[in-house]
Design a protein around this ligand. Structure first.
Ligand code: 5GP
Ligand code: ZN
Length: 118
């Protein structure tokens, strides 16, 4: 069973923010912003490559609910999902990073020339 499936089953403790029958949100153990939450579907899905439109639809409302719960919906935030090796995905269970609570930085994501394709 994957790490996040164990968190869903409460076999591994986590700091839960919101939960319903299909989705779970908890604080990232290694936060990269004052607010760093992970939102996951309860059904094991390896990455964004494999997720159905139906699960994504529910995920949209779930993420919106989370941002209201932690009061970042007006100041703004960032939603990220890393996919596969180049995307930097470390846990093979689809998760959305919700980052906020401060003005977030934006910069180059790789050492290669970002203008190379234009
Ligand atoms: P990825 O790199 O796969 O997009 O993100 C995985 C995230 O899961 C990382 O930000 C990492 O800090 C977080 N993480 C890894 N293990 C645990 C854990 O046991 N509990 C919690 N709450 N977060 C974890
Ligand atoms: Zn899983």
């Amino acid at each position: 069973m994957c790490l996040f499936c164990k968190i869903i089953k409460k076999e591994i403790p986590s700091n839960i923010i919101l939960e319903n029958d299909n989705y779970l949100a908890f604080h990232d153990i290694n936060p990269k912003a004052p607010i760093h939450i992970l939102a996951i579907p309860k059904i094991h899905t390896e990455s964004f490559n494999d997720v159905s439109a139906e699960i994504m639809s529910g995920m949209t409302s779930f993420i919106q609910e989370i941002t209201k719960e932690v009061n970042i919906e007006n100041n703004g935030y960032r939603v990220i999902t890393n996919i596969g090796s180049d995307g930097g995905q470390e846990v093979a269970h689809l998760h959305f990073h919700i980052l906020g609570g401060a003005k977030l930085k934006w910069g180059h994501f790789s050492d290669s020339d970002p203008k190379g394709h234009f």
